[in-house]
Ligand binder design. Sequence first.
Ligand SMILES: NC(=O)c1ccc[n+]([C@@H]2O[C@H](COP(=O)([O-])OP(=O)(O)OC[C@H]3O[C@@H](n4cnc5c(N)ncnc54)[C@H](O)[C@@H]3O)[C@@H](O)[C@H]2O)c1
Length: 346
Amino acid sequence: MRETKLRIGIIGSGRIGRVHAESLAFRIPEAVTVAIADLNVEAAREVAERCGIPRAVRYSEEILNDPAIDAVLICSPTETHANLIVGAARTGKHIFCEKPIDHSLAKIDLALQEVEKCGVKLQVGFNRRFDANFVRVRNAIAQDEIGTPCLMHIISRDPAPPPISYIKTSGGIFLDMTIHDFDMARFLVGDEIESVYATGSVRVDPEIGIAGDLDTVLIVLQFRNGVIGTIDNSRKAVYGYDQRVEILGSQGAIATENCYPNQAILSTGTAIQRDLPLNFFMDRYTESFVAEMRAFVQAVVQKKPVPVSGVDGRVAVVVGLAARKSFDERRPVQLNEVDRTEPQLA
Ligand SMILES: NC(=O)c1ccc[n+]([C@@H]2O[C@H](COP(=O)([O-])OP(=O)(O)OC[C@H]3O[C@@H](n4cnc5c(N)ncnc54)[C@H](O)[C@@H]3O)[C@@H](O)[C@H]2O)c1
């Protein structure tokens, strides 16, 4: 008899593929991973063994062509996403795709059209929307706890830059790193971004500049409803993963601090100290990864809309492209300069 659990295939068993494989194996009983694919089949085997996945394969086609698989997680590098979305949609599989969908709006539009045509679900991996701190901030806005929102600040700094090989194919800081913050900004404010002014610099590693990218950026967002937002990104904060937000409204403010491995404060005759914050996304956002995967599984099983749509994935790329144009041309850029489609909140 066929299992009643949602049957999932994972494509890509690198950093993020492992995170999702573990969530499904140990935290989400409504689904079962039946196969995992990676061009590096040894990596797939290792994850399969740890997570009790019965099949490890080399090629994504083995997952896409398996009629017993209901849904796929696309966790391979960004340049593979759009084609895999099209392949999965055509074989009738529901799709969870890591961010960003692609760096090109034309490729994103083709993929989203195919998803629409085939009637499958697509959720994009903006996991931070499922973080308890940010959910609380969103609720304060949605439930009018701080009055009319006026200013929004996001601080988002990595502990250390990725390897230069990763930087070279990442699409640049705005599409690789800030993309999470562009989505977070829309999520928290609950309205659309109209224009972007981005400035940036290379302060962390000259090699990042040689690769054509930036490692230190500051962005000003102007929202349709009048809210003004800033995003501050650095590829290197020596004290750990710095992830904070604040919104000021007409009746108050709401802010979140970093997350720490413990709450202990050490007070001595010379200083008051605490341990460093959780070091990177695997530790800081563990629970949000579980929650986003649970939400995907529930959306498919219960035939509900996904909480983060293909349109959300596309809008964040539009903002990223506008930010790069703003940096290159040293002026604020309206989103409709890079995209003529009217954005819609999901
Ligand atoms: N949501 C998040 O916080 C988050 C965090 C990290 C990465 N990501 C995204 O996830 C994606 C993967 O990033 P990563 O850091 O896990 O990369 P990674 O390099 O650690 O892993 C990618 C894996 O995919 C495999 N692969 C490459 N091409 C493949 C193909 N055609 N079929 C099957 N496997 C293939 C590689 O061998 C590798 O093992 C990227 O799009 C990235 O932007 C999201």
